[in-house]
Design a protein around this ligand. Structure first.
Ligand code: FMN
Length: 196
């Protein structure tokens, strides 16, 4: 049985970790992004399907491609972030199930139900996006998730002719604390949960 993480680790992952709106110039090496992927890939998904796909945009050309899709409130911070991750999922994720879930014919569960495939891709792709946020914090990066953008434009610019679909964006880098908003309240346990 493992103990709880240290107070420092809990701060870094949850308690003092904050959504960032301004970024320092400090670059993020590609090796850091590999480090973060090599953690997030171990977060659980149904049938180990791992439907999330990621594009880590860190060049000016990539940012220009993303720019027309961004809402005005997300523009400046995204253009200045060292890296912006597109969290996407592959609608045809089941093609990889013979590799990822080799002990059963899991592919047929999804090829026989378009609805189940769609729900599974979105549910697990979103979970993997959350794993990305926590993995980023675990390797010392700050994050800023965003759904304020035009998904159709992102899909057209980055995923035309593929089965990948964008879900949300996450800016990654080292945050400038001057851009952090006041912490918003959270629901108490009794407001959000109950035992049965
Ligand atoms: C999926 C997702 C989408 C979000 N979209 C936006 C967005 O488009 N623009 C923005 O400024 N913040 C966005 N946020 C940030 C939230 O407003 C922020 O995480 C929340 O207020 C909590 O802030 P905190 O992490 O600093 O406590 C998003 C967060 C998530 C997880």
């Amino acid at each position: 049985m493992a103990d709880s993480l240290s107070a420092e680790a809990l701060d870094q992952l949850f308690l003092t970790a904050r959504t960032q709106n301004k970024w320092l110039d400090t670059p993020v090496p590609d090796s850091k992004i590999h480090e973060l992927y090599d953690l997030l890939k171990f977060g659980p998904t149904s049938a180990n399907a791992s439907p999330a796909r990621f594009v880590f945009i860190r060049t000016p050309e990539g940012k220009e491609k993303l720019k027309p899709a961004l809402s005005s409130g997300n523009l400046a911070k995204t253009m200045s972030a060292p890296v912006t991750a597109i969290v996407a999922h592959d609608a045809a994720f089941y093609e990889k199930l013979p590799q990822l879930f080799p002990h059963a014919d899991a592919k047929s569960w999804f090829t026989s139900s378009e609805k189940l495939a769609e729900v599974t891709a979105f549910r697990n792709g979103t979970l993997q996006g959350a794993y990305l946020i926590l993995a980023a914090r675990a390797v010392g990066l700050d994050t800023g998730a965003m759904s304020g953008f035009d998904n159709a434009k992102v899909d057209e610019a980055f995923f035309a002719g593929t089965t990948w679909k964008s879900n949300f964006l996450v800016n990654l880098g080292y945050g400038d604390p001057s851009g952090v908003f006041e912490r918003l309240p959270r629901l108490s346990f009794d407001e959000a949960a109950r035992f049965e």
